[in-house]
Write a protein that binds this ligand. Sequence first.
Ligand SMILES: *Cc1c(COP(=O)(O)O)cnc(C)c1O
Length: 384
Amino acid sequence: MGSYEKIESALIHAGYENDKQTGAVNVPIYQTSTYQQDGIGEMRGGWEYSRTGNPTRQALEKLIAELEKGTAGFAFGSGMAALTAVLSLFKTGDKILLSSNVYGGTFRVLDKVFNHFGITYSLEDMTDVEAFEKKLTPDVKAVLIESPANPLLTITDLAAVAAAAKRHGALTIVDNTFMSPYLQRPLELGADIVVHSATKYLGGHSDVVAGLAVVKDAKLAEQIAFIQNSTGGVLGPFDSFLLIRGIKTLAVRLDRHTENAQAIAEWLAENPEVSRVYYPGLTTHPGYDINARQAKNGGAMISFELTEKHDIRKFYKSLKLIALAESLGGVESLVCHPATMTHAAIPKETREKVGITDNLIRFSVGIEAKEDLIADLTQAIQNS
Ligand SMILES: *Cc1c(COP(=O)(O)O)cnc(C)c1O
């Protein structure tokens, strides 16, 4: 920890003090797979092989650990690689409870990959913590939460669920992709592990696919370091550099993202052509109070439905500024269609049960001028 107090400063300075040899203010890209040893067992600074450790990746890992208030961070080649490493902590007979609007890929890796190893899961509503606690049977070894959850922005009381999980000996894993440590720090609320698709807000420019995991506990840190090195899904030096570069501007980007999102959510809520708006920064959102307690604001993801008379295929086709694309969290505004895109891996029946209708539009609000975004939405709604 350097000589600063606030996260805005940590974003820029944590994890790296300038290069000892040159004074370079940015971490060099150590584009190397291996390191010369001076003699058998005589490694310089402990560097041995870049799957095991790389100075550029290490700078990123220290940065995210400090930002999330953990003790150890781990960088992976994607968010799914980070989640896969974390889920590799579990073994045959273990059960994992997922929040019901979990990311489609997380559902898929448990449903179609970890099932091969006898690890089971179930999707649970965690909004009623008392009812949820009854689901924490002895075989449940972890609870995996997204808050806000994808794509209906459902809010879970992270501190309450983590406390319940702890009472039953289960770990709490929070996928903090939608918030980032600038808006929410789950380890401070009692979670054991935080994971990120750093592809999203942390990278912030839709130019890198990456994942991160952070823990507090030394034993968990040791276990995940072992899994990271054994299974090998590490992030490369150049992508680590890109991510560090993206993270430096996280605070200024998210201030604009969330200001835009709040204004657009309010505009959508007033719009007679819009039948539903999901945004945790609206006081009408059922999770508003809990979110306000555990996060800085409502974030920058909005989901909404147009009234029945609109053809949403035409809506997507008519957008001119806002692009139809997978992913989120970049400076540019993107919309997606969860039913056929991000959540297509979830069977229709399950999807409808949790409220992901075929009419749902998910909007990752970018940092463009909000007037331009509202103008684009207005004309696309008119043309649909
Ligand atoms: C995108 C995403 C992931 C997967 O991350 P990748 O970087 O695409 O592998 C996991 N969780 C959430 C919430 C996501 O949005």
